[in-house]
Design a protein around this ligand. Structure first.
Ligand code: NAP
Length: 478
């Protein structure tokens, strides 16, 4: 069985490797056409795909239709940027006669695709972070072939989406190895994929444990390769007193909806709420507990994730100095659909106990009460890397708000001045990453068009003849 799985991986990687030379050298127009063809195929099969996705994930047709639309939008967005030259940028420094350091040869910095990318689908976004999601779209835009390792939480959907992609490749006369697929690979087989000599990079979204196991494998190779992993995030949200000046009910309702969105299975779910220990702060927490109690999340993605959530929330609840603000009944602990929960502690306890900084992947959050602004800064400083940090009531230009913004920027990839962190726009300015463990490569993003940079390797061509510069231009005229 193991050897059969390994040979399936070997065949898929061989296909991707064989296709790489042709696809990597293809004109920008070929890549853009492929990306648009994939978007069209998703939309043409939307109803059937959403129905399978809903059966496998319980995420609901509304959310899944929106996610498919986002996935198609993202594929077309990359196509537009490939057309405008994002993957074939050249920086040119003309020769300067004379002695160095001022004197120099003619140098042109060009971009080369890294090569075949092993792409691990995420469980919680069956379209947008899966077979044809952002990692695949950005790798294809960069001219890299892809080997998809589907997530075991939505196997049939993954097969169907891959079959559509294979069809688009055939119609466009491209090798099937441009988008490879390793169905039902075991964890050993997944490690074999990451360790394969012909894989050049890995993209991963998932758990800290799984991500670190694969990251170690990528680094233990004779020739280590880039591992772009998004491994976990608690997404602090700071509620300053100014944020509650207009009342507590509306902000509490907005936050409760964000905490329970998708049953809390969003990597950007706000899991740590910093609230001032005063009268308004207490009214806000009471209103939040009430608003959360009224929410009715749907079932979780998998039974394993349901169990994982129960374990993670129980672990927070049992820590010394933690008070339960919204409890669940004993029956709910065993029910398929989890009830939301809310815990509370104080700043000193939070800072002293690393267990309180562990992600609860599900509809739950931890309130940390702070005495003053200095303590709010200490709490943020105790948080390790996080995808987002949200500041409520920090609009005024004051030294306190500047300090909060600086603290937030030190730990987060995206800092929000208002609103809720769930919902990640696909655009050029987006940054979805952050210091470890939000990302294993904090200088990169896995959402937005800058995600393409992960799969492009700069090469400086020195005194290159024009044909060599043209060969790296992807057919784009400047
Ligand atoms: P996961 O368990 O890390 O799985 C992600 C992928 O990695 C799957 O393909 C999985 O294979 C594979 N994998 C996991 N452990 C491995 C190992 N030791 N060796 C080789 N391959 C391994 O993540 P998940 O299933 O999506 O969710 C589990 C937990 O991850 C959640 O409860 C949550 O805590 C966290 N999570 C975080 C984020 C985030 O964005 N931060 C997103 C999703 C999930 P299989 O398919 O065979 O399991």
């Amino acid at each position: 069985m193991v050897s059969t799985q390994f040979s399936i991986i070997d065949r898929a990687v061989e296909g991707a490797h064989a296709a790489q030379a042709q696809y990597g050298a293809a004109p920008a127009a070929v890549r853009a056409r492929l990306l648009r063809g994939l978007a069209d195929a998703l939309e043409a099969n939307q109803a059937a795909l959403v129905s399978v996705a809903d059966e496998e994930t319980s995420l609901g047709a509304g959310r899944l239709n929106g996610e498919l639309a986002r996935t198609a939008f993202q594929l077309r967005g990359f196509a537009d940027r490939v057309d405008s030259g994002i993957a074939h940028r050249q920086i040119d420094d003309a020769a300067v006669p004379g002695a160095p350091p001022a004197g120099r040869p003619h140098l042109t910095r060009v971009l080369a695709p890294l090569g075949p990318v092993a792409m691990f689908s995420a469980s919680n976004f069956p379209f947008a972070f899966s077979v044809l999601g952002g990692d695949t779209a950005s790798a294809l835009a960069a001219g890299c072939t892809v080997i998809v390792k589907p997530h075991s939480g939505h196997p049939e959907l993954s097969r169907r989406v891959h079959a559509l992609a294979a069809n688009v490749l055939r119609e466009q006369g491209l090798p099937e190895g441009v988008i490879g697929f390793v169905d039902q690979a075991s964890r050993d087989a997944a490690v074999h994929l990451v360790s394969h000599a012909d894989v050049s990079a890995v993209a991963f979204t998932g758990s800290y444990q799984g991500g670190v196991a694969l990251w170690r494998a990528a680094n233990a190779r004779r020739l280590p390769i880039p591992f772009y992993g998004e491994l976990g995030s608690i997404n602090p949200l700071v509620v300053t007193p100014a944020a509650l000046a207009q009342g507590v009910d509306a902000p509490a309702a907005a936050l409760a909806a964000s905490i329970t969105l998708g049953c809390g299975q969003f990597c950007t779910s706000p899991g740590l709420i910093v609230v001032y220990d005063d009268v308004d702060g207490e009214r806000f927490v009471a209103a939040l507990a009430q608003a959360l109690a009224a929410q009715q999340p749907h079932a979780m993605l998998t039974q394993a994730m349901r169990g994982g959530f129960e374990k993670a929330s129980a672990h927070i609840a049992e820590q010394a100095g933690v008070r339960v603000r919204l409890a669940v009944s004993a029956e709910n602990e065993a029910a398929t659909t989890p009830a939301p929960r809310l815990y509370e502690t104080d700043a000193a306890t939070f800072i002293a106990n690393a267990a309180l900084r562990e992600e609860m992947f599900g509809p739950a959050a931890l309130i940390v009460k702070v005495r003053d602004e200095a303590q709010a800064l200490d709490v943020l400083a105790a948080v390790e890397g996080t995808l987002t940090a949200t500041l409520w009531g920090a609009e005024a230009d004051t030294p306190a708000n500047r300090a909060l913004a600086a603290a937030a920027q030190r730990i987060a990839g995206r800092v929000l001045f208002g609103g809720v962190p769930t919902g990640v726009a696909v655009c050029d300015a987006q940054q979805h990453g952050g210091p470890w463990p939000a990302s294993t490569q904090p200088q990169t993003t896995s959402v937005g068009y800058a995600a393409i940079e992960r799969f492009l390797r700069p090469v400086a061509l020195q005194d290159a003849p024009q044909w060599a510069l043209d060969a790296n231009a992807g057919g784009i005229t400047r």
